[in-house]
Design a binder for this molecule. Structure first.
Ligand SMILES: NC(=O)c1ccc[n+]([C@@H]2O[C@H](COP(=O)([O-])OP(=O)(O)OC[C@H]3O[C@@H](n4cnc5c(N)ncnc54)[C@H](OP(=O)(O)O)[C@@H]3O)[C@@H](O)[C@H]2O)c1
Length: 292
């Protein structure tokens, strides 16, 4: 049995789909109380047994880990209790004698000024001290983060970001991440490994807009918006205070340093070239075209 936490989120759904594609049997998805009849839960229930429980509920975690041999832990995005959740999930996995624990961390968790990175570093530290066989995946920013702005990019020709146009980020296709997650969950040989996962070298936001221009055959320019304007829009959307503060810290860090890694490890794990941004844009445009 393989347990996936954070299962209804975008990462969880991708990991479950990749495990099913690999022919993995016995998938169990931990779903938050109240979300078991959500469209995402219905979608993953075709491939995984649904168990309902809060990630902070020790009893629910104990029940979810029963009979589990491998666990993929995804903490909900921008969660203020990320380290408490990590501690509880690791304790439940140890108690259930889970023999393979894969932790979904982040690229450069050692950056203290980004709370959601630093909290993942603390969870990695707990794993080193736990009596568990573990693998850590450190993914860069997903290409799929661009999807909410797809219409603005493709129809208005504007790629809008709250950091300067020369900010470099390494991007990763979620499908490549999910393929690696499925691999390390189902194949031996990855115990004790920490894998940095990037699909591209650091790309500036200007290069990103150029790629969209070429692939969509229309002019796309990068526009920087101020952190104040971004915050006003985020508050209007009802984003929680912790998430807003954490994202602002991330944007300030990006503006100063970017977030860049290397595609080498991902290329080796996939035994092929990682998905390029151009391929992702082509694939997304084709998928959206067919859906119309
Ligand atoms: N986005 C990126 O570029 C990127 C890159 C590297 C790493 N990461 C990391 O990837 C992780 C997952 O991100 P994501 O975007 O896939 O997350 P997400 O879409 O926010 O999904 C989180 C899931 O956790 C569930 N959840 C929330 N609170 C819960 C609780 N108390 N108990 C049980 N389940 C709960 C949510 O359920 P509901 O559906 O009920 O809300 C949701 O299904 C984050 O830790 C993030 O830092 C992201």
């Amino acid at each position: 049995m393989i347990l996936i936490t954070g299962a209804t989120g975008k990462t969880g759904q991708a990991v479950i789909a990749a495990l099913a594609l690999r022919g993995a049997r016995g998938l169990r998805a931990l779903v938050r109380p109240g979300s078991q009849s959500s469209p995402a839960a219905k979608k993953i229930s075709a491939q995984a047994e649904i168990v309902v429980g809060d990630l902070l509920d020790t009893d629910a975690l104990t029940a979810a880990c029963s009979g589990v041999h491998a666990l993929y832990h995804i903490c909900p995005n921008m969660h203020p209790q990320e380290t408490a959740i990590g501690r509880k999930v690791i304790a439940a996995a140890c108690a259930a004698r889970v023999s393979r624990f894969v932790y979904h961390s982040v690229l450069h968790p050692q950056v203290e000024s980004m709370p959601h990175h630093w909290n993942k570093m603390r969870v990695e530290e707990m794993l080193c001290a736990a009596q568990l066989s573990f693998t850590i995946l450190q993914p860069g920013a997903y290409m799929q983060n661009l999807l909410p702005d797809w219409l603005t990019i493709s129809k208005r020709g504007v790629h809008s970001v709250p950091y300067p146009p020369d900010t470099r980020l390494s991007l990763l296709d979620l499908a490549d991440l999910a393929a690696v997650a499925a691999l390390v969950l189902t194949e031996p040989g990855h115990s004790g490994a920490t894998y940095e996962l990037c699909g591209t070298p650091g790309l500036t936001q200007t290069q990103l807009a150029e790629c969209f221009s070429e692939q969509l055959n229309r002019a796309v320019r990068t526009e920087s918006i101020s952190l104040n304007d971004w915050e006003k829009a985020a508050r209007a959307r009802g984003l929680a205070d912790y998430a807003i503060a954490t994202l602002l810290a991330m944007f300030r860090y990006y503006a100063l340093h970017g977030l860049c890694g290397s595609p080498n490890v991902l290329r080796w794990l996939l035994a092929r070239e990682p998905t390029t941004l151009a391929a992702f844009v082509q694939r997304t445009a084709a998928t959206l075209h067919h859906a119309q």
